[in-house]
Design a protein around this ligand. Structure first.
Ligand SMILES: [Zn+2]
Length: 449
């Protein structure tokens, strides 16, 4: 693989710094984010001969930009580089540096979005402009999508574009976040590439009781006390583990001994084995083998002297591939047991099934080759992302979509995951250059569709 060139790296650093400083913080409310600022920045950067620019702004401020470099051969596959432009909120006083300063300190760019995912979004825009500046166009079309609202489910970004502007955004492959990270393992270095992600099926549980005077609690039908037991049962509930292919591959990469590996691959012993893993490995390992239920929000009660008759619990449910809404209903019934008749389950509108792409494609082969060239001796490990990304909107339409990128050993997987939505988010300059170079090389290296 061509080493990242200086210009590519320098341009990515500068664009990333500028994008961090716009502070497009998406707190989940429709008026937050205001990604129009990053969209304008990107459009100005990509306003060069050969690139066709359009944008969509479904509600004020939530602008996404589409930049297309048409290839020389209409039969060659079109590649979509999909980057979000929003970031999650910060707890600023926990940071060592200004989260929106975009400072370059000791070879690292600091700030919210430095790993999720303004780093990749900037590197994608830089790659597109680099390709456009060459005398010869790439054979296949390369399309950059700088999208709003990924951090709140893509409703005003990729989800909106896939529904309302499909002709404009359609591609043969889509590449987005959550891949390219090296991981040291007993069997050598692995580089993960995202090939699947879990589904999202949030639910609101309304727990019912009977109102009464707070001075007479004995024998009362208090919805809050029932809700406490509902939460306890949800926490104790474990559906049977699914030892899917991603899990099998992941276990072989885990830094644990053979006895532990065998236990993790045994359906009867996996729960105890998960509990014995170090915490930094256990969370992901549990999530990749289970549909999970996390009660995260509670609203209830009206007044200190009134026994509540209604408490609402919001559950973050993440489903494995193959798990349907009907299955989730069954699992909730199992978890609640005899309390099920005191609870109404409401389904909010934004749920989506798990999605996966075949890794048997020319694009995945190419990702594999580039990653192995950057990390000699390493092996690429297709993995399942347990959160959500915008790839889901494209997989749903049959487009093979991968979580990609390319990172240096300084951004190892455990380190990177800790910075995701965390404090002191930052990325090393070498990783920025590697990712920008990857997108350029992919545009050059694809065989015909
Ligand atoms: Zn992200």
């Amino acid at each position: 693989m061509s080493p990242p060139d200086h210009e590519l790296t320098g341009a990515t650093v500068e664009l990333l710094q500028a994008m961090i400083r716009t502070a497009c913080v998406n707190d989940g409310t429709p008026s937050s984010g205001q990604e129009v600022r990053n969209a304008e920045l990107l459009a100005a950067y990509l306003d060069v001969p050969g690139i066709e620019l359009t944008h969509h702004e479904p509600i004020p401020g939530r602008r996404s930009v589409v930049a297309t470099l048409t290839g020389s051969d209409p039969d060659a596959p079109a590649v979509g580089l999909l980057g979000h432009t929003d970031v999650v909120p910060v707890t600023a006083d926990r940071w060592r540096e200004d989260p929106f300063g975009g400072e370059l300190i000791d070879g690292e760019v600091w700030g919210r979005g430095a790993v999720d995912m303004l780093n990749l979004t900037a590197s994608m825009a830089v790659a597109l402009r680099t390709l456009a500046a060459r005398p010869r166009r790439p054979r296949g079309t390369v399309r950059f999508l700088g999208v709003a609202d990924e951090e709140a489910g893509g409703v005003w970004g990729a989800g909106w574009l896939a529904e309302h502007a499909w002709e404009e955004v359609a591609c043969d492959y889509v590449l987005t976040e959550s891949g390219g990270l090296p991981l040291a393992s007993p069997s050598g270095v692995k580089v993960v590439m995202g090939a699947a992600e879990k589904g999202i099926g949030w639910r609101r549980l309304v727990v019912h009781g009977t109102p009464g005077h707070g001075s007479v609690p004995f024998g009362a039908d208090n919805a809050l006390i029932t809700a406490a037991e509902v939460v306890r049962r949800l926490d104790a509930y474990t559906p049977r583990a699914d030892l899917n292919d991603f899990w099998q591959a992941w276990v072989r990469a885990l830094p644990v001994d053979e006895r532990m590996q065998a236990a993790l691959l045994d359906p009867d012993r996996i729960e105890d084995a998960l509990a014995a893993l170090p915490p930094r490995l256990a969370g992901y390992s549990h999530a990749v083998t289970h549909t999970t239920f996390s009660p995260n929000v509670v609203h209830g009660g009206t007044k200190s002297n009134v026994i509540p008759d209604r408490v609402e619990l919001e559950l973050d449910i993440r489903t494995l591939p193959g798990v349907s809404d009907e299955d989730v209903k069954g699992m909730l019934g199992e978890a609640l047991g005899d309390l099920a008749d005191k609870v109404t389950v409401e389904e909010p509108p934004h749920s989506r099934p798990a999605s996966a792409s075949s890794v048997d494609t020319p694009m995945f082969d190419l990702l594999r080759r580039r990653a192995e060239a950057a990390h000699p001796g390493a092996e690429v490990l297709p993995w399942m992302i347990v959160g959500g990304t915008d790839a889901a909107f494209f997989r749903r339409r049959g487009v093979p979509s991968y979580g990609a990128g390319l990172f240096s050993a300084k951004a190892s997987l455990p380190e990177y995951r800790a910075r995701f939505h965390g404090d002191d988010e930052r990325i090393d300059v070498e990783s920025l250059g590697l990712s920008a170079q990857l997108w350029v090389d992919l545009a050059d290296g694809l065989p015909d569709a």
